[in-house]
Structures are given as structure tokens and as C-alpha cells.
Design a protein around this ligand. Structure first.
Ligand code: ADP
Ligand code: MG
Length: 387
């Protein structure tokens, strides 16, 4: 049985969610031959999300939890194994006109600002390309379909559009930055150019995949504040993907916590981080310093995320969970509301379980579910070393 997956419901203005994902799933075939894979990596499983207009939604999880795969699915850069997307209430079919509109409306900014810009071209070139391809946004507003004019443009108009973009990402004076090459820019400045390039097509949603994790700590806050400004000033909806729950709390309105390819908890950023309901969220928070937080959850978890080629049955967190019950090892948890707008996919919060279902899992059961990889021969030979 598969329970309904949690749905992120951000603060919603009229007209429903801007972007809605239903049951998104991505299984990567691995091993074997081109025609017959030996197995699949369950990178993203049955993820449903609602991205609100003009809000920042954070997707938080450890490395390998499927965040980047989810971001690529949302950007339609990879084909889902299952599930569907709807932008502005309209379902998106493959290779349709709606698909082309989608590609403009939903822009992805990647983690590595050093790899995302072409070293042989200046900043102006990077920004002029999308402006020429998609047309120049007339008003700069995020809802661009009507104010975008396509076709050849005189250089002065393009220059003005480039300078406007650079000003929006606070690269000033813009004329100076337009003429610079990537090697003349810092990591933070490159990431701002990458964001400006995404903004050039007047998207409705910016997907930012770990946009600051490769930057120096000292300049991260500036880039995060830029994202906050873009939401505040321009009403841009932003999906902020991060492994750092403290920065998600700082920046986001809504947080969705991912574990091993599934969303395990969602809710308003402050409530979710003050009162985490899912043991995994509690574990993440116990590892993250945050002076703002009212009380520090005390849970200490052990172990590591599972191998996604052989994810544990039931709740994927159960081998690490100090509260694991019989049912957790058998059935994927159904979504339960734990507070206003907050929901957790955890059996602890479900009602109506039988005594047998609630029976604590024995340590031996947990060991079996989280079989560690075989030790290296050297390790095994080392005397007196206890795992
Ligand atoms: P995150 O961004 O949270 O670190 P990813 O989405 O990059 O996680 O990866 C999730 C899982 O999917 C990982 O186990 C990763 O090894 C696997 N994965 C990602 N891309 C591929 C691919 N192209 N082929 C096979 N496995 C992949
Ligand atoms: Mg990633």
C-alpha cells in the first residue's frame, strides 16, 4: 500500500498553486546492459508539491536524498518515470506549445557557478542570448506572456535590457559588469550572473539548486538576500533547494523535507523548524546550529541514508528511527496533519493503529533493514575493532 504523499501547501493567493507536481517519480536504471538494466535507483518517489505564487519554498534534505533530481524533474530537464506537472492549473504534455511556455516560465539555476558560465564569452553575451531567444520582457514583471516582444533588436535596446538585469541582481555599475569575463568575477558574482540569465526570460518560477553551497561563507548571505529581494520586489516564486535547514528557515516561507527520495514533512518554515513532527526533521535540526530556534530538539540519530537501489520497505527512515514500530517496516506512512499547514508522513502521528502495529521494532529487525556494506578486507582483519 502506498499512502498519499505529503503536499506542500504554501501561502496561497487566489487562483490556486502556480506549479503543481503530482506523484512525481524518477527511477534511474543502473547496471546490466543498455537494454536490460540490473536494477533501479529510486531517486524520487511519489512526490507531490504545490508551489505557491510569490513565495519561497525550500526543499531540504541530506546529500543523495533526491533534491537535484526533483529540481530537474520540476524544470522538465529529465523525463519522469511517473507523475505529472501542471503550471497555472494547466497540465503539461510532452512536446506541446505549453511545454515551450513552461521551459521559459520555470528556470533552473545550478549549484556550480564556475561550470555554468562559458569562459570564452563576456557577461553581456550570456544575457543577450536568452533575450534574443525569448524576447525582451517589457515590464520586467514575472508574468511575461504578453509583455515579451520577440525578434531582432537594436543594440541599444539589448544593452538597456542587459543593464536592467545586472541592476536587478545588484551587479553595479552594470556597464562595467557587462564587459567582464567569467574569470574576472568572484563565485558570488558569477552566481548573480547565472540568476540574471534565468531572469532574462521573465520566468514565473526560479528553481535554485544549492545556489550558495559552493560559495564562500562570507558571500552566501548576500546571494540569499538577493533571492529574498526578488520574491519581495518582483513577486517571483522561488524553489530553494538546500541541504542546510538553517538557511531554509532563514529564507523560505514553506519547507518540504526530503529523505531518500520521498517528502517526509512539510509546513510553514518557522513552525516546522520550531516544532518538527517527523523524527528525520528532528534529526536534521539537531545537527544544525540555529540561535533563533526556541528550543533545540534533543534527538540523536545514528546511521546513514539507505542505498536507493534497495530502499527499505515501509518508511525509508525506519532503520534510523529511534521510534520505529512494526508498521513502519511494512507500510509507507500516510500523511497526517500535525499543525496548521504542517503535515508529517510518520506513523507516530497516525491514529487507529493496532497494538501489534505499534509494537516497537527489535534492534535485530533494524539491523537487517540497514545492512551495512561489507567491510574492506583490511578493516575486517584489524583486531579489537568493534563496528
Ligand atoms: P541530492 O541532490 O539530494 O544530493 P540527487 O538527486 O543528486 O540527490 O541524487 C539522488 C539519488 O539518485 C542518488 O542516489 C544518486 O546517486 C542517484 N542519481 C542521480 N542521478 C542519477 C543518474 N543519472 N543515474 C543514476 N543514479 C542517479
Ligand atoms: Mg544535489
Amino acid at each position: 500500500m502506498t499512502g498519499p504523499s505529503p503536499v506542500v501547501a504554501g501561502p496561497e493567493a487566489g487562483g490556486g498553486p502556480l506549479l503543481e507536481a503530482s506523484g512525481l517519480t524518477k527511477h534511474f536504471p543502473v547496471g546490466g546492459t543498455r537494454f536490460a538494466a540490473r536494477g533501479v535507483v529510486h531517486a524520487v518517489d511519489d512526490v507531490s508539491l504545490r508551489i505557491a505564487r510569490g513565495a519561497i519554498t525550500a526543499i531540504v534534505g541530506e546529500s543523495g536524498s533526491g533534491k537535484s533530481t526533483l529540481a530537474k524533474l520540476l524544470a522538465r530537464l529529465i523525463k519522469p518515470t511517473g507523475g505529472s506537472l501542471a503550471l497555472d492549473g494547466k497540465a503539461i504534455a510532452a512536446r506541446s506549445r505549453a511545454g515551450r511556455r513552461y521551459a521559459r516560465q520555470v528556470q533552473l539555476v545550478l549549484q556550480d557557478p564556475f561550470a555554468s558560465l562559458n569562459p570564452i564569452h563576456d557577461v553581456r553575451y550570456h544575457l543577450v542570448r536568452p533575450l534574443k531567444l525569448h524576447g525582451i520582457p517589457g515590464s520586467g514583471g514575472p508574468d511575461g506572456e504578453n509583455n515579451v516582444a520577440r525578434g531582432p533588436r537594436p543594440r541599444a535596446v539589448l544593452d538597456q535590457a542587459v543593464e536592467d538585469l545586472l541592476s536587478r541582481v545588484a551587479l553595479t555599475p552594470p556597464e562595467a559588469f557587462a564587459a567582464k569575463y567569467p574569470h574576472e568575477l568572484s563565485g558570488g558574482q558569477r552566481q548573480r550572473v547565472a540568476i540574471a540569465r534565468a531572469l532574462a526570460v521573465a520566468p514565473a518560477i526560479l528553481l535554485a539548486d544549492e545556489p550558495v553551497s559552493m560559495l564562500d561563507v562570507s558571500i552566501r548571505l548576500g546571494v540569499l538576500n538577493l533571492l529574498a529581494d526578488l520574491r519581495e520586489r518582483d513577486g517571483l516564486a522561488i524553489v530553494y533547494v538546500t541541504h542546510d535547514i538553517a538557511s531554509a528557515r532563514y529564507l523560505a516561507d514553506t519547507i518540504a523535507v526530503m529523505y531518500a527520495g520521498r517528502i517526509v514533512e512539510t509546513g510553514p518554515a518557522a513552525a516546522l523548524t520550531d516544532q518538527p513532527a517527523h523524527p528525520y526533521t528532528q534529526l536534521l535540526l539537531s545537527a544544525a546550529p540555529d540561535p533563533d530556534r526556541a528550543q533545540r530538539p534533543s534527538l540523536r540519530g545514528k546511521g546513514a541514508p539507505p542505498n536507493l537501489a534497495t530502499p527499505p520497505p515501509g518508511c525509508r527512515f525506519h532503520p534510523r528511527c529511534p521510534h520505529a514500530m512494526r508498521i513502519c517496516a511494512e507500510t509507507v506512512p500516510t500523511l497526517t496533519e500535525t499543525g496548521a499547514g504542517q503535515a508529517s508522513a510518520c506513523w507516530l502521528h497516525a491514529s487507529g493503529l493496532s497494538g501489534a502495529e505499534r509494537a516497537p521494532l527489535k534492534i535485530a529487525d533494524l539491523r537487517a533493514a540497514s545492512e551495512p556494506p561489507p567491510p574492506y578486507p583490511d578493516d575486517a582483519a584489524e583486531p579489537g575493532k568493534e563496528a
